[in-house]
Design a protein around this ligand. Structure first.
Ligand SMILES: [Mg+2]
Length: 316
């Protein structure tokens, strides 16, 4: 099967069509119509087999994750996703693998109104690179720079579950239906929550490398510090059952792959946030506070500092 036949079979599936795609797949480049008053928000992420996911992960999950990690980056900016580009390097034209991949990719794209507007296929070690573009009203992006002393620190969902799921997969004894394995294989990017936080969150980031590592980026960019009260961490029952309290905390703080949002809100607007959060399809938990003293402090219920063994995923 040649490149064009593969593209026709697996990547021109019926999926979200958008009126702002003037010209999609099939020409030298796509032509997209950016509405007046809106800004383009762009992100790219590569997933390398054996580095970012186990090589034998089911292909439907690979397709889902390849788009989900990019959706999560746009969510952290408060942007609404619109147009995706997919560069896929494949060791072989395996029909079963490609069918699963495209099912995972397009079902998530459909749910978020994302149109695939271009791509590239090459032969080589398995690597998936997705460029995702979204939009938001001019000047309204939520960045990592806006956290201020006194702001509350929030996290969505149950951080730690995905890292526990990856450990199960790596140990080779994972039941694919295990909820932690599902959280790793099929992360749910917080797209609606991110967009709703525009104008309310003072800063935001998505958790890819671990809560401590990613919140650390917000603190550095904002020129502030923070305290996290570890007893407030929203540990899931399934994580506690697998690992017990101390190890569960380690995974929630230092494990990666959650694709939850960590964001800050001015103390004067907490009631507003709590009302808004009731409309979210995910849990939102206050876990700490921004302080002027630089660095991140982890405190137990008695206000004593606790140490973390790991410090998040390192890329090199
Ligand atoms: Mg990110």
């Amino acid at each position: 099967m040649d490149e064009f036949e593969l593209i026709r079979r697996y990547f021109s599936l019926a999926h979200a069509t958008r009126s702002d795609v003037t010209l999609g797949i099939g020409d030298d480049a796509a032509v997209l119509d950016l509405a007046p008053g809106r800004e383009l928000v762009v992100t790219v992420d590569s997933l390398v087999a054996g580095v970012h996911f186990p090589s034998d992960l089911e292909s439907q999950a690979v397709g889902h994750r390849a788009l989900a990690v990019n959706l999560s980056d746009l969510a952290a900016m408060g942007a609404e996703p619109a147009w995706a580009l997919l560069a896929l390097t494949l060791p072989a034209a395996d029909d079963t693998w490609l069918a699963g991949f495209s099912r995972g990719f397009f079902s998530l794209a459909e749910r978020h109104g994302v149109a695939l507007v271009g791509g590239n296929l090459a032969h080589g070690p398995l690597n998936i690179t997705v460029t995702l573009q979204g939009t938001l009203p001019k000047g309204e992006a939520i960045t990592r720079r806006g956290a201020k002393t006194g702001d509350l620190v929030y996290v969505t969902g149950h951080p730690g579950d995905a890292a526990a799921g990856l450990q199960l997969l790596q140990a080779g004894n994972a039941d694919s239906g295990n909820p932690c394995v599902q959280r790793f294989a099929y992360p749910e990017p917080r797209v609606a929550a991110g967009a709703a936080l525009r104008g309310l969150a003072s800063a935001a980031i998505d958790i890819s490398d671990g809560l401590v590592a990613d919140l650390g980026h917000v603190l550095a960019m904002s020129g502030v510090g923070a305290r996290i009260e570890v007893e407030r961490l929203p540990l899931s029952r399934r994580l506690l059952e697998l690992h017990g309290l101390l190890q569960a905390r380690e995974l929630a703080l230092g494990g990666g792959d959650d694709y939850e949002l960590c964001f800050t809100v001015p103390a004067a607007r907490v009631a507003e946030l709590e009302t808004l959060a009731r409309t979210f399809d995910c849990l939102v938990t206050a876990i700490g506070r921004i302080e002027s003293h630089p660095g991140l402090r982890l405190l137990d219920g008695q206000g004593r500092e606790v140490k973390l063994a790991g410090h998040g995923y390192r890329h090199f």
